[in-house]
Design a protein around this ligand. Structure first.
Ligand SMILES: Cc1cc2nc3c(=O)[nH]c(=O)nc-3n(C[C@H](O)[C@H](O)[C@H](O)COP(=O)(O)O)c2cc1C
Length: 203
């Protein structure tokens, strides 16, 4: 059994990244880690959500998912992020949350966390890699240890082959175009494994 705590922190409007987060939780649990899925607060105006039935339905479906707190980050050995692209960048909802981590960062509380990220977009070349890399910028400032999946398992080749983090293309009706479940689970297990190495090396 591992004694690794994993926080899986996501933003999702229409459910894709929530599903990726759930798969990541299952992957982490396969190695015996304690994993929880946590959402960042929604910032979009009510009127915008009301206009999009899929967004509204997803908000309702996930109303009981706990919102992430700074304590969740501090207590985690590993953090896995999942976000949809927004113009090739990190959604404002996630960015706003990351921008509240200044105190933890200042006190060195985010250094040496094992971190990894996933993403989705409507288009295969619509910014999936750019979004993950943009998210990692913050991780480097934290002094976290970025755990990229690379091509460490053959599942990478079946799932779109994004070495920075698993990502998926989503059609307008919300269907994932690549089968990424195994790649997500591999990424989560690898992140837990690296968190264990860090723990063994520092305690
Ligand atoms: C404001 C906005 C910007 C977006 N920008 C892009 C983009 O640059 N490239 C792209 O392929 N998809 C883009 N999308 C589509 C989303 O990335 C897609 O709906 C999302 O990955 C679905 O994830 P979710 O179901 O977790 O919300 C954008 C969507 C919105 C609302």
């Amino acid at each position: 059994m591992s004694n690794i705590n994993v926080a899986i922190v996501y933003y999702s409007s229409t459910g894709t990244n929530y599903q990726l987060a759930q798969w990541a939780k299952e992957g982490a649990q396969e190695l015996g880690a304690a994993a929880k899925v946590l959402k960042v607060p929604e910032l979009a105006p009510e009127a915008a959500i009301e206009q999009n039935p899929a967004w509204k339905a997803h908000m309702e479906e996930t109303k009981d998912v706990p919102e992430v707190t700074l304590d969740d980050l501090e207590n985690a050995d590993a953090i896995i992020f999942s976000v949809p692209t927004r113009f090739g960048n990190v959604p404002g909802q996630m960015k706003q949350f990351l921008d509240t981590t200044g105190g933890l960062w200042f006190n060195g509380k985010l250094a040496n966390k094992a971190v990894s990220a996933m993403s989705s977009a409507s288009n295969a070349h619509g910014g999936q890699e750019a979004t993950i890399l943009a998210l990692y910028n913050t991780m480097y400032h934290w002094g976290a240890i970025v755990v990229a999946p690379g091509y460490t398992d053959p599942v990478a080749f079946e799932s779109g082959g994004n070495p920075y983090g698993t990502s998926v293309t989503v059609s307008q009706d919300g269907k994932m175009q690549e089968d990424v479940e195994k790649a997500v689970k591999h990424q989560a297990r690898r992140t837990v494994e690296v968190a264990q190495w860090i723990q063994h090396g520092t305690k």
